[in-house]
Design a protein around this ligand. Sequence first.
Ligand code: GRF
Length: 223
Amino acid sequence: MKKLSLVVLISGSGSNLQAIIDAIQSGELNAEIRLVISNRADAGGLQRAEKAGIETRVIDHKHYPDRESFDRAMIAEIDPLQPDLVILAGFMRILSPAFIEHFEHRLLNIHPSLLPRYKGLNTHQQAIDNSDAIHGASVHFVNVELDSGPLVIQAEVPVLPGDDAKTLAARVLEQEHRIYPLAIKLYGEGKLHFDNNTLFYEDQPLVRPLRWKDGQLITPEHV
Ligand code: GRF
């Protein structure tokens, strides 16, 4: 099967980027990261990319007068590479509808909550404040509404007595590192595709997201 070509967008430490790099290096994921773009020059993920021999660019949003021109600059870097997927991995900028529509059905994000619960920021604190027993992470395709596109896969994480936002975030992050490379792999294997605006897993519309539970993929036929 063809090697999947990826561009990854980051703003921070890049631990999800690292999980994707590791999955590629171990042979688990048949993909190549063509470019890592960061909107911050101090993003730790840039070093991770360089260490793995991946090309990097810093496109600082502060150098652009508005969101649209910043997004156009990113499109200008990404388009010549013709990636199969554009991967948002801790990219902390809201994208313009023009950017999202340009990469429609090719733009993936990871979000630290069980969407549709807790869109936006501070998800871990919200889960604790609401005394949720279960929290988690979601991989989804991006559409123009924030944190709302078609869900691919979720992993649940228990909220433990004594958890604070930091301990809970660390436990969620471990699951993020499992489900993000997995979602990309499933796409690369041709198991995920869109027909019009409906996301399919193999030949079934994915009405509920796939789940990662106890180290196993739970697919629709198992539900
Ligand atoms: C992750 O929690 C991700 O879900 C969120 O931002 C964080 C990024 O972490 N969107 P990292 O940069 O991948 O370590």
